[in-house]
Write a protein that binds this ligand. Structure first.
Ligand code: MN
Length: 257
């Protein structure tokens, strides 16, 4: 199996090593990752600047850095690393969760999204840490991926769909299992904080605390908060067929849905 790996934490992100180790068991791995952290860049792509690609050492694997974002890395990867195409695009392992609405901000998820747009089976993987100071349980991601990545890579698939996986950052023996779950809601409070610079001028820092409304049965948010690994198939077709039919009927316009 020909495998392309990217991430949004950058070439030095520890999760990239974790994912590469697990992927090596499945086939030939090539890495194309941002040259620095690009978290929360979403599905952005670089259009106005040249992309520079640099070959770098990476545990004996063919690896490159790109001065861009994960989407750039996937597309550069399909030009430089795997010009004849590949069978699997992996993105991660992200340091931090990509649950619920995080999916829309996430560069990690965007990497898998770009793989799906290119018609390649794609999986994004995140380690769901919730306490900033707590050391991340990378060993849990290693163990889970070692046991399950091959199974995910063999699942039935659908055009323009990809998988988003969140592994709770808890000890391996505390993981209660793995569940398919739907995209939940993740709400932040105090999203933008006002501070003052040394000259008394205000500046604003975006971040905010997550309000984990864990009582969302069936969702990735709830599964991970209860100690399960969540697996969520996502589709790039965002069309709401039922709503479109209802709205078309209400307004009296034709609908092709
Ligand atoms: Mn990240």
């Amino acid at each position: 199996m020909r495998i392309l790996i990217t991430n949004d934490d950058g070439i030095h992100g520890h999760g990239l090593k974790v994912l590469a180790e697990a992927a090596k068991l499945l086939g030939e791995v090539k890495i194309v990752a941002p040259d620095r952290e690009r978290s929360a860049c979403g599905h952005a792509m670089t259009l106005r600047d040249p992309l520079r690609v640099t070959s770098v050492p990476f545990d004996g694997l063919e690896a490159y850095t790109v001065n861009g974002v994960p989407v750039d890395c996937v597309n550069v990867g399909l030009t430089v690393a795997w010009p004849d195409g590949c069978d699997l695009v992996l993105s991660g392992v992200n340091h931090g969760p990509n649950l619920g609405f995080d999916i829309t901000y996430s560069g990690t998820v965007a990497g898998a999204m770009e793989g799906a747009i290119n018609g390649i089976r794609s999986i994004s993987v995140s380690l769901a840490t919730f306490v900033v100071e707590a050391p991340p349980h990378w060993e849990t991601a290693s163990q889970w991926l070692g046991e399950n990545l091959g199974k995910l890579a063999g699942l039935p698939e659908q055009e323009l769909c990809f998988l988003n996986v969140n592994i709770p950052s808890i000890a391996p023996n505390e993981v209660r299992g793995t569940k398919f779950a739907e995209m939940g809601r993740r709400v932040y409070k105090d999203r933008v904080e006002r501070r003052d610079d040394p000259w008394g001028r205000p500046y604003y820092w975006q971040g905010g605390a997550v309000v984990m409304k864990a009582n969302q049965p069936g969702t990735d948010v709830m599964a991970v908060s209860e100690g399960f690994v969540s697996v969520t198939p996502l589709s790039l077709n965002w069309t709401q067929h039922k709503l479109a039919r209802l709205q078309a009927e209400t307004i009296g316009w034709p609908s092709d849905l």
